[in-house]
Unconditional design. Structure first.
Lengths: 268, 524
């Protein structure tokens, strides 16, 4: 990974999807690529109010762990869509390995042009990804379009204080792509409202981000103990640790956070 | 009209709330007569207490956990037990009178202890085994040890760890033969629980241990002269250092085992860890709040030190390295009995492994009914178990599996030589004994008649006295804790522990812990 001083939202999206497919990022972020891990995923899934047999879409499904959890624990049919072809292939292999390939299918696709018919899904979940979508109104319209009337969207994401990152943390946005175009929770709700999705619940889970940032820091220190970790040769540890410390400060100062929204599509 | 003045005399009486939250109903024993009695666990002022009443000796209460929130959080980390291949006794009078193991026991043995003698080259003021320079003790024969090892293997198939203890096992003339007998059986690790005196002077013996891949559990209570004098009766600092240096030179890995007593050495927790991390022989530190069984200094059961106190003490003394969430309960035994953490250490850089991985996702058995990755969980279970032996090949493999399985890179495998373990284990005593915990105990004393008796039952309920009487052929007084409130009742035993004046002595066939909780009477 390089450390550009500025990235466009489009670059962030591509960078994020590509980075999440690489082993170096997997090493540093661990199995749960989003704050809150399995516990927050289960909490979010619980808010979907699923019935067995329903159809669920996981947007930006990454390694597929949430889609597989949905199928395993709620007996629903799941489509996962992700921009990274490698992640989609790995997720598909994991589904086959766990005997869930009858219930779960993964597709390469773009959130701004979802490859599904109108009103296809009872529920849509989107974890830690909406912030990286360059054209958020279009993506929101797509999420609304594929939902059945009366269906629910559960979204969790990185949030940022009104006014964005202060000057001294600008470098952070260059390195941590999701911060570049993150919004306050209320602004996500407003974008969804414009697309016809009415927010019914919003919750802050800032501590989940704090824990994740700290885990990344601890992993970096562990990796640094090895002079020659294969695959991490290019990582500038002092710079990475400095950025991690900045990120931790941004969270503790209330500048960056994590939150979730539940929004409904008006229905029958 | 005049104002109505309320008549205070006639105000209705008001109810008040209890000052505690009732948490559990369980069974324990009377610390004086060892009769089984009903007990309750309550939370008061954010601390957890066990209270019970004996018809004859009255009410007793003791603190069992200094941090109520930590106690409650631990309960999720409780894995289903494993059924051993064989039980040695039948269910007759109920727990804890049928040890053991009886078919109602909830867990197999992770660790089997063989106390090879009662003799010791020290006479420590604190010794749960009541050992010392004593003329009337016992010393096991090789035949007896082989019967015990066979009983352990019969119960376990492939057994994890056997620990030779005492007394002082290194002064037993056949100790190396015992170790060889263990190594000749399907038992993965042999550990030797010692005060280190022989290791300080007998390099050939240390080499013999290295050759046999024995892990040494060495008593190591701190660095001040006062600590040594009050816990061991002698200043052993120079000898401990020599013993450790000899182990490092021979390649023997060592666990430092500190008996922790409040107000005595609880200010040395951090120093012990720092020293251990810096010494090449030391791969782990075990902190054990002093077990108030056998011989010990006078104590107050209401202020005794508990697992959470050790965790908080360590975090206060080494804030640059630890915080309480770095310590995780061990799911194989009852989770409030033992907490563990692993560290990666490189010079002065210390990273607790729970900060690298989401252990909770893998070891929370109550929330996570379905676990997709059994391999990772199995590896973590091995690490967070009573049979984890640091610095050994298998422990290294488990660390690899646990870490690589959770997306740590291949290269992290090389870090296992940088891994360090800290264990905190509060053994129960006649005051704190909770049958609920005892029923899932995975640390057992093996007896020459082929029983596997949970360690805390052995120390607290009367089995130790029974077995010692059987093996030594003399009567052994029933040991009573040297608690503040019991002082008027107490008399000395010949081994330095206390007994209740006029209480029973144990003969070989004494009745263990008669049950007064369920006397079989109906109301009418």
């Amino acid at each position: 990974m390089s450390t550009p001083t500025e990235v466009t939202a489009a670059e962030a999206k591509a960078c994020c999807a590509a980075a999440y497919s690489t082993d170096a990022v997997a090493m540093i972020l661990g199995e749960s690529y989003h704050p809150g891990g399995l516990a927050l995923t289960r909490h979010l899934v619980g808010l979907l109010g699923l019935q067995p047999g329903q159809r669920v879409l996981d947007v930006a499904s990454g390694p597929g762990s949430t889609a597989l959890l949905l199928a395993r624990e709620h007996d629903v049919h799941v489509d996962g869509v992700d921009l990274g072809a490698l992640a989609v292939a790995k997720a598909g292999a994991a589904a086959a390995e766990q005997g869930l390939d009858q219930l779960v299918t993964f597709h390469v696709g773009d959130a701004e042009r979802l490859p599904f018919d109108d009103a296809s899904f009872d529920a849509v979940i989107c974890e830690c990804a909406f912030c990286t979508f360059p054209d958020k109104p279009t993506a929101a319209a797509e999420l609304a379009r594929v939902l059945k009337p009366g269906g629910r969207l559960c979204l969790s994401d990185v949030t940022i204080a009104t006014g964005g990152l202060p000057e001294e943390l600008a470098g952070l946005a260059g390195w941590v792509a999701c911060l570049a175009d993150a919004r306050p929770l209320g602004e996500y709700a407003a974008i969804l409202a414009d697309a016809g999705l009415q927010t019914v619940t919003s919750q802050a889970h800032d501590n989940a981000l704090a824990t994740m940032v700290e885990r990344i820091g601890a992993r970096l220190v562990a990796f640094r103990m090895l002079a020659d970790t294969p695959g991490l040769g290019g990582v500038d540890f002092p710079r990475a640790l400095e950025l991690t410390a900045q990120a931790a400060r941004a969270v503790s100062d209330g500048i960056a956070g994590y939150g979730l929204l539940v929004a409904g599509k008006p229905g029958p | 009209m005049t104002d109505v003045v309320p008549d205070l005399e006639l105000a209705p009486p008001t109810k008040v709330d209890r000052d505690e939250v009732f948490l559990e109903y369980t069974k324990s024993i009377c610390p004086v007569c060892k009769v089984v009695v009903d007990a309750q666990v309550n939370i008061r002022n954010d601390k957890v207490y066990l209270r019970k009443r004996c018809r004859e000796h009255g009410q007793f209460e003791a603190i069992v956990y200094g941090d109520a929130q930590m106690y409650m959080d631990a309960l999720r980390f409780n894995k289903p037990g494993t059924i051993p291949l064989a039980f040695q006794t039948e269910v007759k009078d109920g727990c804890p009178s049928d040890c053991g193991l009886c078919p109602e026991h909830k867990q197999h043995a992770c660790l089997g202890i063989i106390e090879v003698n009662t003799n010791c080259n020290l006479d420590c003021p604190i010794c749960f085994a009541d050992s010392g320079h004593q003329p009337d003790g016992y010393s096991l024969t090789l035949d007896q040890v082989e019967v015990m090892l066979d009983a352990y293997v019969a119960a376990e198939g492939a057994a994890e760890v056997v620990m030779f203890s005492g007394g002082e096992p290194t002064i037993h003339p056949r100790i190396l033969d015992f170790i060889d007998a263990a190594r000749a059986r399907p038992i993965r690790y042999v550990t030797l629980n010692t005060n280190g005196i022989r290791l300080a002077s007998d390099k050939a013996f240390v080499a013999a241990l290295a050759e046999r891949k024995v892990n040494v559990y060495m008593q190591f209570d701190g660095f001040s002269e006062r600590t040594h004098l009050q816990i061991r009766g002698k200043d052993l600092r120079a000898r401990k250092q020599r013993a450790l240096d000899n182990c490092a030179e021979a390649g023997v890995s060592v666990t430092l085992v500190a008996a922790v007593e409040r107000g005595l050495n609880d200010d040395e927790l951090g120093a012990i860890v720092r020293f251990g991390i810096g010494h090449p022989a030391v791969k782990s530190v075990a902190f054990q709040p002093v077990t108030h069984s056998g011989r010990h200094v006078q104590f107050d059961p209401m202020t005794r030190i508990t697992n959470s106190d050790v965790v908080h003490g360590l975090c206060e003394q080494l804030p640059e390295w630890f915080r309480p969430s770095d310590f995780f309960p061990v799911p194989c035994c009852f989770p409030t009995c033992r907490s563990i953490t692993y560290l990666l250490v490189d010079g002065d850089t210390v990273v607790p492994i729970p900060r690298l991985i989401d252990l909770e996702e893998h070891l929370d058995y109550v929330t996570n009914r379905v676990m997709p990755d059994g391999q990772i969980r199995a590896a973590l279970e091995k690490l967070w178990s009573a049979s984890a032996v640091p610095g050994t090949q298998v422990s290294a493999e488990q660390l690899e599996c646990a870490t690589c399985g959770i997306d740590l890179p291949e290269a992290l495998r090389e870090l296992t030589d940088k891994a360090f373990m800290i264990v905190i284990q509060d053994f129960q005593d006649p005051y704190t004994l909770n049958v609920k915990q005892l029923m899932k105990c995975c640390v057992e004393e093996i007896t020459p008649d082929g029983r596997l008796i949970p360690f805390c039952a052995y120390n607290s309920v009367g089995y130790r006295e029974q077995v010692r009487a059987q093996l030594s052929g003399v009567t052994v007084a029933d040991v009573v804790p040297n608690a503040l409130a019991l002082q008027p009742l107490l008399a000395d035993t010949k081994y330095g522990s206390k007994t209740a004046a006029g209480s029973a002595t144990h003969t070989a066939d004494a009745w263990i812990a008669p049950d007064h909780t369920n006397v079989g009477h109906r109301l009418r």
